[in-house]
Design a protein around this ligand. Structure first.
Ligand code: MLT
Length: 248
């Protein structure tokens, strides 16, 4: 038995479960917790892929978490890797999801090129620890506007990334590498879906988000200006405004 996910929660109200990106930690949701916890019970689990080593296993662990909240179907949101888990949850346990937020993510599987890069990263982490991968990701994920105008956000991202353990990075890379993707899940979805994307996201670009929003029968697209792949951290004011409009 892999056991329940560790989580933090804040606030009272209907649950809002937020799933973090790679290689980050639940604290990446601090701007959303601050904005929403006066009206929502914001639940942010740590996606421990060392214990739940696939998107399907992680979706089942999140399903257990949602059942444990004892609040019926809940709103679930995820950014990038958290979005992969959210879509797996939507596919496997649709009865637990009241609405979904998919930020800076994609519904397809990895390309061969991305899989090869992940394999190289796994070898690098095994040999040298997380620092080189963290440095590369902290450079690659934020958009040019953030790097130019808000270097403190990049420093914060680097600090959040420095908290993850090598074995977790290797396990998360493996789960992303072998995932089959969730193509078809959005088309089959029966709940409101908000697809959010930073207009400078090059990892999961706006065109991918547009197609995902169009695929979901109740899909809505929100483009966050001046943000790269970590739109919730790079432009939290705009991200939160879109999220609050959707939630209300
Ligand atoms: C993330 O932000 O979670 C990662 O960029 C996802 C990925 O590498 O596919």
């Amino acid at each position: 038995m892999a056991g329940p996910l560790e989580l933090t929660e804040a606030g009272t109200g209907a649950p809002l479960v937020l799933l973090h990106a790679f290689p980050l930690v639940p604290d990446m949701w601090a701007p959303q917790v601050e904005a929403l916890s006066s009206r929502w019970r914001v639940v942010t689990p740590f996606l421990d892929f060392t214990r739940h080593p696939s998107m399907e296993a992680m979706a089942d662990a999140v399903a257990e978490l949602v059942r444990g909240l004892d609040a019926g179907p809940v709103v679930v949101g995820g950014l990038s890797m958290g979005g992969y888990v959210t879509m797996a949850l939507l596919g496997r346990h649709p009865e637990l999801v009241r609405a979904a937020v998919l930020a800076d993510t994609r519904d397809g599987p990895d390309s061969d090129e991305v899989r090869e890069r992940r394999t190289r990263q796994q070898a690098q982490v095994a040999a040298e620890g997380t620092t080189p991968v963290v440095e590369a990701m902290a450079e690659a994920l934020p958009g040019p506007t953030t790097k130019r105008e808000r270097p403190e956000v990049v420093a914060h991202v680097r600090e959040l990334m420095s908290r993850v353990a090598p074995e977790w990075v290797i396990a998360a890379l493996e789960a992303m590498k072998v995932r089959t993707g969730s193509t078809g899940v959005l088309a089959a979805s029966a709940v409101p879906v908000l697809v959010v994307v930073g207009d400078e996201d090059t990892v999961s670009p706006p065109g991918v988000a547009r197609d995902m929003a169009a695929a979901a029968p109740s899909g809505r697209l929100a483009v966050v200006a001046g943000a790269g792949h970590l739109s919730n951290l790079e432009n939290p004011v705009a991200f939160n405004a879109e999220l609050e409009a959707f939630l209300s």
